[in-house]
Design a protein around this ligand. Structure first.
Ligand SMILES: NC(=O)c1ccc[n+]([C@@H]2O[C@H](COP(=O)([O-])OP(=O)(O)OC[C@H]3O[C@@H](n4cnc5c(N)ncnc54)[C@H](OP(=O)(O)O)[C@@H]3O)[C@@H](O)[C@H]2O)c1
Length: 226
């Protein structure tokens, strides 16, 4: 795959290197072409670097790491994203005291509204960047979930494959509206890691359990609750 990175900071550099290690062609984009090129030089694996516009022109799949910055404000031709997959890994600012506001519209939905002909997928926002250092091994042993939400099924499948390749367990999380839930989940994870000073990096793994063979607690009774 041809993957373009928008914003060559911590997330862009880490995921770009991991995908390049898997044999994908990666272009590190930046507001400063020299920075993109410098990141590519460090990354190796025949990666390239330059401007964000060049990254979009190069790629079929784009990782968008510029928090809260919309394509119409960052790219000279936002329509160059039409038909392309955009992975939105962003989370909101952490407010004072972790008093997060309710998420009415997710960052991913705002991105999709700005470029309605692009195929936006929410993913990779619920784990700390430090976790990527463990990828793909020994990460694979820990079954860490990547929650993947989007309205385009094929785009979602592509992103799930990219997650699997680097040692995560992709979890199909429904349509893009569910990015509201996933961003809320990331807010909670950041509270646990940073706010509760647990040490290390908390992650989430979805485990699907079998039903118990006996129902000694009475089983689930009919309820009027939805
Ligand atoms: N770090 C983590 O552990 C982590 C984990 C999960 C999700 N996330 C989310 O992923 C996103 C990126 O995080 P990060 O850790 O990679 O941050 P970062 O290291 O600060 O990188 C973000 C990049 O965005 C670009 N950028 C920043 N301000 C911009 C602006 N005004 N206009 C255009 N581009 C701008 C910059 O790229 P250039 O200088 O190259 O232009 C910057 O390097 C955030 O939304 C964050 O919440 C982070």
């Amino acid at each position: 795959m041809k993957i373009g990175i928008i914003g060559s900071g911590n997330m862009g550099r880490s995921l770009g290197i991991l995908w390049a290690e898997q044999g994908h062609q990666v272009f590190f984009g930046s507001r400063d072409a020299a920075k993109g090129q410098a990141v590519a030089e460090v990354a190796g694996h025949a990666t390239k670097g330059g401007t964000n516009d060049e990254a979009v022109a190069f790629a079929d799949v784009i990782l968008w790491t510029a928090r809260g910055i919309l394509p119409s404000n960052l790219l000279s031709k936002p329509e160059a994203l039409n038909g392309k997959i955009i992975i939105d890994c962003n989370n909101g600012d952490i407010p004072e005291g972790f008093e997060y506001p309710a998420i009415i519209e997710s960052l991913a939905e705002k991105l999709a509204k700005d470029v309605p002909s692009a195929r936006v997928v929410k993913a990779f926002n619920t784990m700390a960047q430090e976790v990527f250092e463990l990828a793909p091994e020994p990460l694979r042993n820990y079954n860490v979930s990547v929650f993947v939400a989007g309205d385009d099924e094929l785009a979602k499948k592509t992103v799930m494959q990219l997650a699997e390749e680097i040692g995560f367990v992709p979890v199909d999380s429904g349509n893009l509206r569910n990015a509201r839930l996933i961003e809320g989940l990331a807010d909670f994870i950041r509270f646990i890691i940073i706010g509760q000073h647990k040490g290390g990096y908390a992650t989430i793994s979805v485990n699907v359990l079998p039903a118990a063979e006996t129902q000694r607690l009475g089983g689930r009774q009919a309820s009027s609750l939805k």
